[in-house]
Write a protein that binds this ligand. Structure first.
Ligand code: DCM
Length: 138
C-alpha cells in the first residue's frame, strides 16, 4: 500500500513552553498526550491543515512557523509530520474543544512529565532538538 496520508502535529510554543494535549478518544489513545493536530485533507497544504486543526480542536488563531525535519510512521497509511506554530496576537487561549480533555503548557524540564503517545515520543524529541535552545525549551 503506497498511499500515505499526512497527519500534522503542532509544536505550539508560547513563552518558552510547549503545548501538550491529552486525547479523550478513541479509547486506545485516550489518556495519552500528543502534539495536537490531525489529518491533512485532499488539496490542503500541511501548514493550512495545522492552522485549521488548531482552530477546530483548541479554538486558537495560530500560524505555522516551519516544519521540524523528519517523519514518523503511525498506523498505516498515516505518517506524522511536525510543524512549529505560535499563537497570533489576540488569539484566545487554547481550550480542549474536541478530541482532548486536558491541556498542559510544558516548560523546560517538564517536557517528559506527560505520557506521550508512543509515536509522538520521537517527534517530540526531534522537535526539542530542532527548536529547544532557540525557544528556551531545553
Ligand atoms: N495522531 C498521533 N499523534 C499526533 C496526532 C495524531 O498519533 N500528534 C494520530 C491519532 C489518529 C490519527 O493520527 O490515529 C489522526 O488524528 P486525529 O484523530 O486527531 O485526526
Amino acid at each position: 500500500m503506497s498511499e500515505r496520508i499526512v497527519v500534522v502535529g503542532a509544536a505550539l510554543v508560547d513563552d518558552g513552553r510547549l503545548l501538550a494535549a491529552r486525547r479523550s478518544a478513541p479509547v486506545e489513545l485516550a489518556g495519552r498526550w500528543e502534539l495536537p493536530g490531525g489529518k491533512v485533507e485532499p488539496g490542503e497544504t500541511a501548514d493550512a491543515a495545522l492552522v485549521r486543526e488548531l482552530r477546530e480542536e483548541l479554538g486558537v488563531d495560530a500560524e505555522a512557523c516551519g516544519r521540524v525535519p523528519g517523519e514518523w510512521p503511525l498506523k498505516s497509511p498515516y505518517v506524522l509530520q511536525v510543524w512549529t506554530a505560535r499563537l497570533r496576537p489576540g488569539s484566545a487561549a487554547p481550550e480542549p474543544l474536541e478530541d482532548h480533555d486536558e491541556l498542559r503548557w510544558l516548560g523546560p524540564g517538564e517536557i517528559w512529565d506527560v505520557d506521550w503517545l508512543d509515536q509522538d515520543v520521537p517527534a517530540v524529541r526531534q522537535t526539542l532538538a530542532h527548536l529547544g535552545a532557540a525557544e528556551g525549551l531545553t
